[in-house]
Design a protein around this ligand. Structure first.
Ligand code: AMP
Ligand code: MG
Length: 486
């Protein structure tokens, strides 16, 4: 291990403020590192020179093989409910937090490496990640960012030159992930289970300072922290629903305190509208199906509330009552954010009453489901209908009588096509295109991944020649299945 000569200005706030949750560790060496993807725009936002990141010291930073001054790489401890069952000790089994950077806007951002080798939390795992899944996280997280959904970002993917043994032998890679932090509900669960209330308070104070600073001056700071996380998660899941995103593994260790989407494993964008859509190979009960996501988020927040009880009040009963009351904000906030988003998707002006907008939305969903209309293309075609051309949406539908009747009532409300085009994307990372691009990349050709990223970076701007990126999967693509822990 070497120290880089280029100055990448890191801090080690997490490692020094919460040493009980941090195991100082170093990444496995990468024998033949090769930069596969680098996010120049994000690098610049972080105050890092993209050319320096491509140079040997930079590649060392992106693989963890060179530790920048000021950084203390650590594996973070956390617990979590996985599919409803509690696991007391998860932690970074194949990832390291390198440290924090202050970005151009003065915000603290984590640099975290996924696939950096075994750690004390690896259990039976090999600590590694394969090129395909790391590029998948790169593509999907950047798509989410471009769609305006809060998310961790991808700074780069570096092939390590090591093999990873899965069903077959695959090339290994490290993803450099940037997040406003890696504090999770599971981090609080881990601390709560130690029974150390002072540590819990320190963690909560750290979370307040980094993510919800207004809570510090509230009358009840820890209750305000809880409510801020409830609000952030209600907003987040509402946004997922509006873009048709299925996270796939909403375990409490995959739910952030910041309100950013994290952990792109078995996620997928829904194509034909189906409230029960589920893609993950292991989610046989459909716990994390599209329509369940709000209720699961609320369940996870109840687990978060349980960890905070010692900070909410001296009396357990009082603390529980406060937590229940605050958790009640979730449904209200979710409805407000979702309702406003749906209104924009339908292009409806503010003068249309909420109940009218919600009723139209519910009727539309029945039509979309009945005709297996592609979620993304259906809303985009409605934008064209708002301009007077009904053919695209009619072409996607089966029950034309019901559709025409709905369109007439909606059109009478004066939908705004420009608002719809700003709200309803043309391009999402289509599952079949993602798979096609990842297969090519695994075989050594990165062109398709780069092209896909270029397309999804401007999701709302329809461009000629990109028709195949807006088309649903061909029939023979079949039922799409995604995998965790790949
Ligand atoms: P995830 O499904 O990515 O949220 O991971 C759940 C837990 O499994 C975390 O504690 C991970 O660190 C751990 N994990 C996932 N993949 C591996 C791997 N290849 N080696 C070691 N630990 C892993
Ligand atoms: Mg995870």
């Amino acid at each position: 291990m070497t120290t880089t000569s280029v100055t990448f200005p890191f801090s080690n706030r997490f490692a020094t403020e919460l040493p009980e949750l941090a195991v100082a560790w170093q990444s496995e060496d990468a024998p033949d590192p090769r930069v596969l993807m680098l996010n120049d725009q994000l690098a610049t936002e972080l105050g890092l020179d993209p050319d320096a990141l491509r140079a040997p010291d930079g590649v060392g930073l992106l693989t963890g093989n060179a530790v920048p001054p000021g950084a203390t790489p650590v594996a973070q401890a956390y617990a979590g409910h996985q599919f409803g069952g509690y696991a007391p000790r998860l932690g970074d089994g194949r990832a390291l937090l390198i440290g924090e950077l202050t970005d151009r806007d003065g915000r603290l951002r984590d640099l975290h490496l996924k696939g950096a080798g075994r750690t004390p939390f690896s259990r039976g795992g090999d600590g590694r990640a394969a090129v395909g899944p790391m590029l998948r996280e790169y593509v999907v997280s950047e798509a989410m960012h471009a769609l305006g959904v809060p998310t961790t970002r991808a700074l780069g993917v570096v092939a390590t030159g090591r093999d990873v043994r899965r069903e077959t032998i695959l090339p290994g890679a490290v993803l450099a992930r940037v997040a406003s932090s890696h504090l999770r509900v599971g981090t609080f669960q881990y601390v709560a289970s130690t029974g150390d209330v002072e540590l819990l308070r320190r963690l909560a104070d750290h979370a307040i300072e980094r993510h919800h600073p207004a809570a510090a001056t509230a009358e009840h700071p820890y209750r305000a922290l809880f409510e801020a996380v409830v609000a952030a998660q209600a907003d987040l899941v509402a946004r997922w629903m509006l873009v048709g995103f299925v996270h796939g593994v909403m375990n409490t260790d995959n739910m952030t305190i910041s309100g950013e989407t994290i952990d792109y494993g078995p996620c997928a964008f829904m194509e034909a509208f189906d409230p029960q859509a589920v893609y993950s190979s292991i989610d046989v009960g459909g716990r994390y199906a599209y329509d369940n996501q709000p209720v699961i988020a609320e369940w996870n927040l109840a687990r978060f509330a349980e960890t905070l009880l010692p900070l909410l009040a001296d009396e357990q009963d009082t603390a529980v009552a406060l937590a229940v009351e605050s958790l009640g904000l979730f449904r209200e906030r979710y409805s407000t954010t979702y309702g406003a988003g749906l209104r924009s998707k339908l292009g409806l002006p503010a003068t249309v009453e909420d109940t009218v907008a919600a009723g139209l939305g519910a009727e539309l969903f029945d039509l979309l489901r009945g005709s297996h209309v592609d979620w993304t293309n259906g809303f985009r075609a409605l934008g064209t209908a708002a301009r007077g051309d009904y053919e695209p949406i009619r072409g996607l539908s089966v029950d034309l009588v019901a559709l025409d009747e709905w369109l007439a009532r909606w059109q009478a409300l004066g939908p705004d096509p420009a608002l719809m085009d700003r709200t309803n994307p043309v391009y999402i990372p289509r599952n079949h295109l993602v798979e096609e691009a990842l297969d090519a990349a695994t075989a050594g050709d990165l062109d398709a991944v780069q092209r896909l990223v270029d397309v999804i970076e401007q999701p709302f701007e329809e461009r000629p020649g990109l028709e195949r990126y807006a088309a649903p999967a061909p029939q023979d693509f079949g039922r799409y299945t995604t995998y965790c822990g790949t």
